[in-house]
Design a protein around this ligand. Structure first.
Ligand code: MN
Length: 422
């Protein structure tokens, strides 16, 4: 599947657009009049799926129009992949160049189509549970070198277990949401006692997250072979972190308040079907993993990822160019591991990849690594330096796949770091 690669739309799509008619992502939008509902997007045009359904364009798909008249996509996603595929095929048909059913009815277009600049995008799903993995070998190695032992950078379990922790879903927010610098406990290496105050080391983590679309019952496990059947799609994910708080709190139970003050997602969920043409093999896994983590086929994806920092009233400056394909543990292994003990999953759960670092310093996915623990500050265009993120800096992440002139993108996830609250 993945649609007709040569199909073009009667909606204008610029060549650098992330949203050609082969993409057909899903999101939740709010109209200028305050109406909220499900949408897809072609080029710069947002398509109101409830309006599309009410005007009969989705007749015969056996999807109730009401499922698009909600504040989240959860009920739509729960209909399953066959329903989603049928809908994506129908959308490609309606907006394909040779179809005049809507193209020649401007009075309907004004109800169904709206410029992306006119709408506000909201959280696409209600996130039930959130897991964050730690699946980039380059990132885990860098952190191990900086904080533990260069000779034994990876802990003994790392190549056997897709290491992860259960995070918090209440603070996962959509792109455009500003996040206040967190306050908390930190302790300098030479200090006897901890102190309390605003974090001095706010960082981004370049991640992607997958969203599950099919629930399991407690006690049930998902195999690597069936994992993608349970995955609806993916988003960009900026997992903000306060490194000084993290360093003091994380032993013995792992990340806590350093990681739950805000994680930001891109608003459009890109389906696994749209990503199909961009499958690539992952890195070799040595030593061989346990049987429940073995897999057939390719489960990595060639997704180019960029991170920019934009100081207040300054141009944005790229600080990282990485790729999702570097992931050591793939999403099928992550979901198989998550459920191997019988832990149940629900529709709308979110699974962060962990920071996605590549092999070279310009591909590191966090300021911690880029500025190497503060020893290699990044020079900004205005002459200032960054070891971490300053107040009023905006962090922007973008991601897209490109092959044979087909570009499938994620748009962007953007967030401004606001001063700590009083
Ligand atoms: Mn993370």
């Amino acid at each position: 599947m993945g649609g007709d690669r040569l199909l073009t739309s009667w909606i204008e799509v610029k060549s650098e657009s992330d949203f050609p008619i082969q993409n057909i992502p899903f999101g939740i939008f709010k109209s200028p009049g305050g109406k909220v509902g499900a949408a897809t997007r072609i080029g710069d045009t947002v398509i109101n799926l409830y309006a599309l359904a009410r005007h009969g364009f989705l007749d015969g798909l056996e999807i109730e129009a009401e499922v698009f008249h909600r504040h989240t996509l959860n009920d739509f996603i729960a209909l399953g992949k066959p329903a989603c595929r049928a809908l994506r095929n129908r959308i490609a048909e309606i907006f394909g160049n040779d179809n005049s059913a809507l193209r020649e009815h401007p009075e309907l277009q004004s109800e169904i189509m709206i410029s992306h600049e006119m709408v506000q995008m909201l959280m696409p799903v209600q996130v039930g549970d959130y897991t964050d993995f730690y699946s980039s070998i380059e990132h885990a190695t860098n952190v191990g070198i900086m904080f533990r032992d260069p000779a034994n950078a990876l802990l003994p379990n790392w190549k056997h277990i897709p290491v992860g922790y259960h995070g918090r879903s209440s603070s996962i927010v959509v792109s455009g949401t500003g996040i206040h610098r967190p306050k908390g406990q930190t302790k300098a290496d030479n200090a006897e006692l901890p102190e309390f105050g605003p974090s001095k080391q706010v960082d981004f983590e370049l991640e992607m997250a997958f969203i599950t679309g099919k629930k399991t019952e407690l006690g049930q496990s998902v195999s690597t072979a069936n994992a993608e059947d349970h995955i609806f799609g993916m988003v960009l994910f900026n997992d903000l972190s306060a490194r000084d708080i993290q360093k003091w709190e994380y032993v013995p139970l792992g990340p806590f308040l350093a990681k739950n003050f805000g994680s930001v997602v891109s608003p459009w969920i890109i389906t696994m079907d749209a990503l199909e043409p961009f499958r690539v093999p992952g890195p070799g896994q040595e030593p061989e993993v346990l049987p429940y983590l073995r897999f057939e086929g390719d489960h990595n994806f060639d997704i180019q990822l960029d991170v920019f920092i934009q100081p207040e009233n300054q141009p944005q400056q790229r600080v990282c160019h990485s790729n999702y394909k570097y992931m050591y543990w793939n999403l099928a292994q992550q979901l198989a591991h998550q459920t191997v003990n019988g832990c149940n999953i629900n529709v709308g759960d979110m699974y962060g990849s962990g920071t996605i670092s590549g092999p070279t310093p310009d591909s590191f996915g966090s300021m911690l690594e880029i500025a190497w623990k503060g020893t290699k500050p990044v020079k900004m265009a205005d002459g200032s330096e960054r070891k971490f993120i300053n107040d009023n800096d905006t962090i922007i992440m973008r991601g897209y796949c490109m092959r044979d002139n087909l570009r499938i993108g994620f748009g962007e996830v953007k967030t401004k770091i606001l001063p700590a609250t009083q």
